[in-house]
Design a protein around this ligand. Structure first.
Ligand code: HEM
Length: 185
């Protein structure tokens, strides 16, 4: 995963748990965390998992809560990464519809060696849609959290129903979305 995400995770931990927890956790990691993460570098996912596991243990929260909380916090920060025409819309559906292109085209311009997840978006009625997420990282709770962050950011409630193992693929999940405001996309 990109150093950028590690750096955002550090900001999140320091905001919700404090700098002491963050620095203690970094000290406990089995990898060398003394040099700090470089935004543009790729780091092994195992390092992210290890850091998250240590912090979760220190805070006494579940991994599900941690992934959801980080995702929810993350959306405004991620949206700042791209020029406003990609994210400034009156409804989250506009961004969700182009989520795969955002990760695979726009993000690759910033970080050519990124390994982003895949998304498919189908609008089913003006109030409902399906978002299909595929990634070997299986960060389903993170996606749920980002959706909650989007709900707040765009001021549109989103009810989310998750179906894992979509079409027999462990790496794939379908999210059924129900919006409180309609969108004719
Ligand atoms: C709109 C602005 C967004 C930007 C700029 C953005 C950017 C990024 C970046 C930089 C990564 C790391 C990729 C890597 O390390 O190779 C990433 C990963 C990820 N993004 Fe986004 N993202 C955006 C929106 C979203 C939304 C709306 C969702 C979910 C609804 C989402 C879900 C994820 C997930 C789950 C990952 C983790 C990687 C994986 O699962 O394989 N992102 N994104």
């Amino acid at each position: 995963m990109k150093g950028h995400i590690f750096m955002l995770l550090e900001d999140f931990i320091s905001e919700v748990a404090g700098d002491e927890v963050l620095y203690d956790a970094l000290d406990e990691c089995s990898f060398d965390s003394s040099k700090g993460f470089v935004r543009t570098e790729n780091y092994p996912d195992e390092q992210l998992v290890e850091l998250v596991n240590i912090v979760v243990g220190k805070m006494g929260i579940s991994l599900t809560q941690a992934h959801f909380g980080f995702g929810e916090w993350l959306y405004p920060k991620l949206s700042n990464l791209l020029p406003p025409q990609f994210t400034q819309y009156p409804h989250p559906a506009y961004v969700l519809k182009q989520l795969d292109d955002l990760h695979h085209i726009e993000l690759k311009k910033l970080y050519p060696d990124a390994q982003p997840p895949a998304f498919q978006y189908h609008s089913t009625t003006p109030y409902t849609a399906q978002l299909i997420y595929t990634s070997p990282r299986r960060l389903f709770d993170l996606v749920k959290g980002v959706l909650a962050g989007m709900s707040c950011y765009y001021d549109v409630d989103i009810e989310v129903e998750l179906q894992t193992n979509w079409q027999g693929n462990n790496n794939c999940a379908k999210f059924l979305l129900k919006y409180s405001k309609s969108c004719d996309l």
